[in-house]
Ligand binder design. Structure first.
Ligand SMILES: Cc1ncc(C[n+]2csc(CCOP(=O)(O)OP(=O)(O)O)c2C)c(N)n1
Length: 663
């Protein structure tokens, strides 16, 4: 058998595992795995450093299937390499409930899935973050310990999505030379030929963004290997435009959209077997081909062992620090340092905007947690995310810890996911809360994947003032609270800001948003409490002497208003309690008893928040009083806006008195 014959049969194993699994599931996407099988075969059996016996080896090369609909490509490759997770049974159960082989690759389902993909373009942007983490850690720990590459397979869809431009231009700017993107250039998407909706010269586009590019025949294993090997020497990220035929081998459907996202059908599948000379039954890969794949799978074992030796021989302190960061444990001194700062804050009781409070707290965090990497989407001075310890990362110096993301919120959030997935870094961002809309698809995936990324989102209400309704979040609190497994924090003062930051860092399986004010706020917490009160999500910040006739719930900047209303009500003889609600999701996770303590027997329930009501009925009930927004904001000085929209202590008092009189 010639090398080419052997290659073809190894690639055909992918093709038929994919086509047969899609056929059995009666759904899925055979076209991409069949078209990209040659690329995957060369990449995994000749080029990538990946050891299936130690798939979590930290210095492994990463592979991101950005075109997640081609998931069977990934499952087939890992089965063939000898994965413990992706067994033949799993492949037979493609797309069934409980199977690891979900419709799109889901992070956490099995080793080899480096990130969840499916929403096109996300994987490509994740990979940029992975390459950034690799480079930062290489600079920090040395190339003896960190020395790997990130490979991406992207389709036309990934390159058409807007997020790809953010990812590509940033990667080009940062000269991420360890990032190699293979474009499955098959000219087909769902509606037909790509040319019906796009005429971009992708090569020129990548070149314009500072990439090294090469165009090859994506079915020629020698050309694929040469391009991948050459890419290793580039001082810039590389695009390999690989011309392929979607559904390669299917005599009647190859090269057309018919093979993109539906089973081939029994007849076409049989015809494909004939055309490719594949005489084996469904899910039957001949043993010589399995052996060839498994032997290739063992290739990197030696490289991995040599890496382990180098790590073992490294300076013990360096090694310990590297291992701690990869485990995701915070430094031992972290909690004590935060506590020290908390005492200081209780003493000083500073009046500060919470964005400023965040900067203050970050001073300590970035000093004691060296794996934090901050940044902002071109709003550094507004988001206050930069500290003395976070020198900028530049194309030529990755020892820094601050990313100037440019005006790329979506790319930033997706790259941060990649940084967290890579391991060894804890990314935090900065932008305006209203622009969470621009980052939301990636934030949702962080939640789905359970990644610790922290979004600092300032200018969190009409309180930002003059920039007006385009910049004033209204529905965003509700929208972010609606994402499962995402904690949305809206601290009321410096102490709560510290507590929320601490919680965000100490919750490794959950992304967090810190919604922070532009305007100054007084200290609502006057005394030092060792306990992190924000951890409960809602707690009594000002109690009433007797059983409360009224409880006012509020978050962030509106806690000040709630406290002023309480004072007026108490002065008039109405027992009033204020509950600060820095994080509704945490409150929902408390015991029934605790929730009842806050809500049961609360008397008249009021919520004050400068956003829409949605979500608050869970706490105040349908008959609760809501003082907040019902539509978009307006441009003007912020104090006047609060009056204009009736979010004032007087309005709270008036609404409460009207209700009490009606009872
Ligand atoms: C953000 C997003 N929009 C739409 C889709 C639905 N979708 C899945 S695959 C696809 C076409 C992708 O075409 P291409 O990347 O060329 O894949 P190929 O046809 O080569 O398999 C679309 C529109 C998606 N998965 N993600």
């Amino acid at each position: 058998m010639t090398d080419l014959d052997k290659h073809n049969r190894m690639a055909n194993a992918i093709r038929f595992l994919a086509a047969d699994a899609v056929e059995a599931a009666k759904s899925g996407h055979p076209g991409l795995p069949m078209g990209a099988a040659d690329i995957a075969t060369v990449l995994f059996t000749q080029v990538m450093h990946y050891d299936p016996t130690r798939p979590d080896w930290p210095d492994r090369d990463r592979f991101v299937l950005s075109a997640g609909h081609g998931s069977m490509l990934l499952y087939a490759v890992h089965y063939l390499l000898g994965s413990e997770d992706f067994t033949l049974d799993q492949i037979r159960n493609f797309r069934q409930i409980g199977a690891l082989t979900a419709g799109h690759p889901e992070f956490g389902h099995g080793a080899g899935i480096e990130t969840t993909t499916g929403p096109l373009g996300q994987g490509l942007a994740n990979a940029v973050g992975m390459a950034m983490s690799e480079r930062h850690l290489r600079e920090t720990f040395g190339a003896d310990i960190v020395d790997h590459r990130t490979y991406v397979l992207a389709g036309d869809g990934c390159l058409m999505e807007g997020i790809s431009q953010e990812a590509i231009s940033l990667a080009g700017h940062l000269k991420l030379d360890r990032l190699i993107v293979i474009w499955d250039d098959n000219g087909i998407s769902i509606d037909g030929k790509v040319s019906i909706s796009d005429s971009t010269n992708q090569i020129e586009r990548f070149q314009a963004s500072g990439w090294n590019t090469v165009a090859i025949d994506g079915h020629d294993p020698v050309a694929i290997a040469a391009a991948l090997n050459d890419a290793r020497d580039s001082d810039r990220p590389t695009l390999i435009a690989a011309r392929t035929t979607i559904g390669f081998g299917a005599p009647n459907k190859a090269g057309s959209e018919k093979v993109h996202g539906s089973p081939l059908g029994a007849e076409e599948l049989a015809a494909t077997r004939k055309a490719l000379g594949w005489t084996h039954e469904a899910f039957d890969v001949p043993s010589d081909i399995i052996d060839a794949w498994r032997i290739a799978g063992l290739r990197s074992g030696q490289t991995r062992k040599e890496w382990e030796k180098r790590l073992a021989a490294a300076d013990p302190e360096l090694r310990g620090e590297f291992e701690r960061r990869l485990r995701g444990d915070l430094p031992a001194v972290f909690a004590a340092e935060m506590d020290k700062l908390k005492k200081q804050i209780a003493q000083d009781k500073p009046v500060m905007a919470t964005r400023k409070a965040s900067e203050y707290v970050l001073g300590t965090i970035t000093r004691v947690v060296p794996e934090t990497i901050g940044g902002s989407a071109d709003l550094t001075g507004s988001n206050n995310t930069r500290t003395a310890d976070t020198k900028a990362i530049t194309p030529d110096d990755f020892t820094g810890r601050y990313v100037h993301w440019g005006i790329r919120e979506h790319g930033m959030a997706a790259a941060m996911n990649g940084m967290a997935l890579h391991g060894g870094t804890i990314p935090y961002s900065g932008t305006f809360l209203v622009f969470s809309d621009y980052a939301r698809p990636a934030m949702r995936l962080a939640a789905l994947m359970g990644q610790r990324v922290i979004h600092v989102m300032t200018h969190d209400s009409i309180g930002l003032g003059e920039d007006g309704p385009t910049h004033q979040p209204v529905e965003h609190y509700a929208a972010l609270r609606a994402i499962p497994n995402l904690d949305f924090y809206r601290p009321a003062d410096v102490t709560e800001t510290l507590e929320c930051w601490q919680l965000a860092l100490e919750t490794p399986g959950t992304p967090s948003v810190l919604a922070l004010t532009r305007q100054n706020l007084p200290a609502v917490r006057k005394t030092y409490e060792a306990e992190n009160l924000s951890a409960r999500g809602a707690y009594v910040v000002a109690d009433s002497d007797e059983a409360p006739a009224v409880t006012i719930f509020a978050s962030g900047s509106e806690v000040e208003i709630a406290l002023a209303a309480r004072e007026a009500l108490e002065a008039a003889g109405t027992a009033t309690r204020v509950v600060s609600v820095p994080c509704m999701e945490r409150f929902e996770r408390q015991s029934q008893d605790y929730q009842d303590d806050m809500i049961g027997g609360a008397g008249v329930c009021v919520a004050v928040e400068a956003g829409i009501r949605q979500g608050w009925d869970r706490i105040i009930g349908r008959d609760g009083i809501f003082i907040g927004m019902t539509g978009f904001g307006a441009s003007g000085p912020y104090q006047q806006l609060y009056s204009h929209f009736g979010i004032t202590a007087e309005a709270v008092v008036a609404a409460v008195n009207a209700r009490l009189q009606a009872i």
